[in-house]
Design a protein around this ligand. Structure first.
Ligand code: ADP
Ligand code: MG
Length: 480
C-alpha cells in the first residue's frame, strides 16, 4: 500500500543528508533551498525507500530524484547503476544535462543518453567503455538490454520520470519489460505531474509494497503562483477569424519570443505554414518531427533564431524554456491544468508576460474552469472582425528575419568541444566577430549550436569552415 507522508521541509540541502560535492554543485547552480518535493523526496530516497513523487511541472523533480541517485553511485564501478526512463528524447537530454550539472564535483562520473532517433552504435560503444548513469527512452533502452549491450547487474536504481506521460504515450508494456530485465533488488521511483489510476497500478507492479507516496498538492493559490506576473487575456473568435485574430494578437503584443499552442498536430503544421507565408519567423514543434529536427528547432528558438514556436503539448511539455514574453493559446486545452502549464512558461523569474487565449465566445466553459482553478480572471478583449485582405498589413511589422541565426557545428561535448572554444574560434583572428555578435552557445553530444547576429552569420559560417576549433576541423552549417 502507498502511505502518504507529511514531513516539515528542512531548510537546507545539507540538512537533507546530501554529501558536500552535491551541495556545492546545487549552490553553484543557484538553488538556495530545496523545493517542497525535494525536501520530502530526497531523504526518503537516500534512505532506500521506493517513492512515488507527484508535483507540478517546474517544481524541481529532476533534482528530487537526481541528487539522491548520484549520491548512491559508486564511481569506481564503471557499470550502469542507475537508469532513468523519460518519455521523449528532449526530456532525456534535459535530465542528462541537469544531472551532469549536479555531478560536476563527482570525478569521472559518466552519464549516457540512450534514446531513439539516433544511431545505437555510439551508445553501445559508450556503454562498453563504462557508464554510471543511463538516461533514456523506453524503446531504445529495451533494445540495449535485449541485445546485451546494456548490463544491468550493478543497477540499484530505476526512475520513471514523467511516468504519466510515458503511460499516455503507450510505453507501459516496454517499461514493464525493462523492469523484468533489471535486478529485483533495486530502488524504484516514479515521478509524475499528475496521478491517474494507471500510475497506481504501475507502482503496484514495479515497486515495493512499502513505497511511499509524496504529493505536493497543486491547490488554487499554487496554480495562481505559477502564473504570477502573467497578464491573462482572452479573445472570442469564430473559426474563420482565428488566424486573423492570432495575427492581431501577435502584432499588438510586442515580443522577442512567443509560443503559440495548438491542440492538434494538423493545426500546428497549417499555422506554421501560414505565418511563414507572410514572412514571419516561425517554426513548429510537434510529435511528427524527427528527433534531430526537434532538437534543432528548440536550440534555434532558445537562441533567438526563431521568433515564434508553434507547438502541441506533447512536444512542448516539461521542456524548460524561460524568458517568454507571450504565450498564445490558438486552441484552448480542455484541462485547466494544461492551460496553467502552458502559460506558466511566461513571466518567470520576476518578469512579466502576456497570455492570450482564443476562445469560442464570451461564455466558453473552459475559461470558467480555468478561473476556478487559479482564482484569477482571464480578461476579455473586444473582438473585431478582420478581413483576410488586411492580414498582410497587420503582420508586416513582424515580417523579416529574426535577430539571430544559428550555425550548427559538427562537434560537441564528446569531441571535447566547449563553449569557450567556439566563442574563441568566432571572435579570434580567423573569426573576427565581436563578443556581442555571438549569442547563446549550446554544446550537445556530437553537435553544437551557436547563435550569431543575422547579418554576420553567413560570413561567420564560412570562416568556421575554413578555420579550426582547438586545432581540429569541423563542419559548420548555417541553419535556415
Ligand atoms: P519538474 O521536473 O518538476 O518539472 P525541473 O526539475 O525540470 O522540474 O525543475 C524546473 C527548474 O527549476 C529547473 O530549471 C531547475 O534547474 C530549477 N530548480 C530545481 N530545483 C530548484 C531549487 N531548489 N531552487 C532553484 N531552482 C530550482
Ligand atoms: Mg521533470
Amino acid at each position: 500500500m502507498l502511505t502518504p507522508v507529511q514531513q516539515p521541509p528542512p531548510a537546507t540541502f545539507q540538512g537533507l543528508g546530501l554529501d558536500a560535492p552535491l551541495v556545492a554543485a546545487v549552490e553553484v547552480l543557484g538553488f538556495r533551498e530545496p523545493t517542497p518535493v525535494q525536501a520530502t523526496c530526497i531523504p526518503a530516497l537516500l534512505s532506500g525507500q521506493d517513492v512515488v513523487g507527484q508535483s507540478k511541472t517546474g517544481s524541481g523533480k529532476t533534482a528530487a530524484f537526481g541528487l539522491p541517485l548520484l549520491q548512491r553511485v559508486e564511481l569506481a564501478r564503471r557499470e550502469v547503476q542507475a537508469l532513468i526512463l523519460c518519455p521523449t528524447r528532449e526530456l532525456a537530454a534535459q535530465v542528462a544535462r541537469e544531472l551532469r550539472g549536479f555531478g560536476t564535483g563527482l570525478q569521472g562520473l559518466t552519464i549516457q543518453e540512450l534514446t531513439g532517433g539516433q544511431p545505437a552504435r555510439p551508445q553501445r560503444e559508450a556503454l562498453k567503455r563504462g557508464v554510471h548513469v543511463a538516461v533514456g527512452t523506453p524503446g531504445r533502452v529495451l533494445d540495449h538490454l535485449q541485445s546485451g549491450s546494456l548490463h544491468a547487474r550493478s543497477l540499484h536504481t530505476l526512475v520513471l520520470d514523467e511516468a504519466d506521460r510515458m503511460l499516455d504515450m503507450g510505453f507501459g508494456p516496454d517499461v514493464r519489460r525493462i523492469a523484468k530485465l533489471l535486478p529485483g533488488e533495486r530502488q524504484t521511483a516514479l515521478f509524475s505531474a499528475t496521478f491517474p489510476d494507471s500510475i497506481e497500478s504501475m507502482s503496484q507492479s514495479l515497486q515495493q509494497p512499502s513505497a511511499v507516496r509524496i504529493t505536493v498538492e497543486e491547490d488554487a493559490p499554487e496554480a495562481a503562483q505559477e502564473i504570477q506576473g502573467v497578464t491573462q487575456l482572452r479573445l472570442a473568435s469564430t473559426p474563420d477569424q482565428r488566424f486573423p485574430s492570432l495575427c492581431r494578437v501577435l502584432a499588438e503584443h510586442p515580443h522577442e519570443s512567443a509560443i503559440v499552442f495548438c491542440n492538434f498536430k494538423a493545426s500546428v503544421a497549417e499555422l506554421t505554414e501560414n505565418l511563414r507565408y507572410y514572412g514571419v519567423s516561425a517554426d513548429r514543434l510537434d510529435g511528427d518531427l524527427d528527433q534531430f529536427h526537434r532538437d534543432e528547432v528548440l536550440a534555434r528558438f532558445r537562441n533567438g533564431s526563431v521568433r515564434i514556436l508553434v507547438a502541441t503539448d506533447v512536444a512542448g511539455r516539461g521542456i524548460d524554456i524561460d524568458g517568454l514574453d507571450l504565450v498564445v493559446n490558438y486552441e484552448l486545452p480542455s484541462q485547466p491544468e494544461i492551460y496553467v502549464h502552458r502559460i506558466g512558461r511566461t513571466g518567470r523569474a520576476g518578469k512579466t508576460g502576456v497570455a492570450v487565449s482564443l476562445v469560442k465566445g464570451s461564455h466558453d466553459p473552459r475559461i470558467t474552469d480555468i478561473e476556478a482553478l487559479t482564482g484569477l480572471p482571464v480578461v476579455e478583449i473586444p473582438a473585431e472582425t478582420i478581413a483576410p485582405s488586411d492580414v498582410p498589413a497587420i503582420l508586416s511589422p513582424l515580417a523579416g528575419p529574426p535577430p539571430m541565426a544559428t550555425i550548427r557545428i559538427s562537434g560537441g561535448r564528446k569531441d571535447k568541444v566547449r563553449r569557450g572554444d567556439i566563442l574563441g574560434a568566432l571572435t579570434g583572428e580567423a573569426g573576427a566577430l565581436q563578443g556581442a555578435d555571438v549569442g547563446k552557445i549550446e554544446v550537445h553530444d556530437r553537435l553544437s549550436y551557436v547563435a550569431v547576429v543575422e547579418h554576420l552569420a553567413r560570413a561567420a559560417t564560412g570562416r568556421l569552415n575554413k578555420g579550426r576549433i582547438k586545432g581540429k576541423r569541423y563542419r559548420a552549417t548555417l541553419l535556415r
